[in-house]
Design a protein around this ligand. Sequence first.
Ligand code: SF4
Ligand code: SF4
Length: 137
Amino acid sequence: MKKIKLSLRFSPHLTEKPITYHLIKDYDLVINILNAEINFNKAGKLTVEMEGTEENIDKGLRYLEQQGVKYKIFTKTIIWEEDKCVHCGACTAVCPSRALKMDQKDWSLSFDKSKCLVCELCIQACPINAMDMDFFL
Ligand code: SF4
Ligand code: SF4
């Protein structure tokens, strides 16, 4: 099994179509929606994790192309260098997906990588460079 993370862009005429339903049903893929946005003209953007066999992922991506959905596969990931972190919380203020959160009891930072949208805002926000980028090989 393989898992990839990707962002999908839907033009307005596609936002009503059950595209993710078909990816699940017809290609036996597990789709985990990490973030969904629809803007004022009804164009949409989804960030998803897609899991399945390599063959089914390829078929699913071809299906997206046939439907006119533009997609971009994530090629990088965010690293939290926990030993450097001073738990100031600055990164949580800019994190759009709540991948970075402060524990309400002891005010320590936690990082849920599966929710990360790789927007890189935390890298700019961290005063001591405890958030960094890594690239998939
Ligand atoms: S890159 Fe940083 S700010 Fe952006 S979603 Fe991931 S953890 Fe949050
Ligand atoms: S901004 Fe940097 S130092 Fe502050 S909590 Fe986030 S990762 Fe830790």
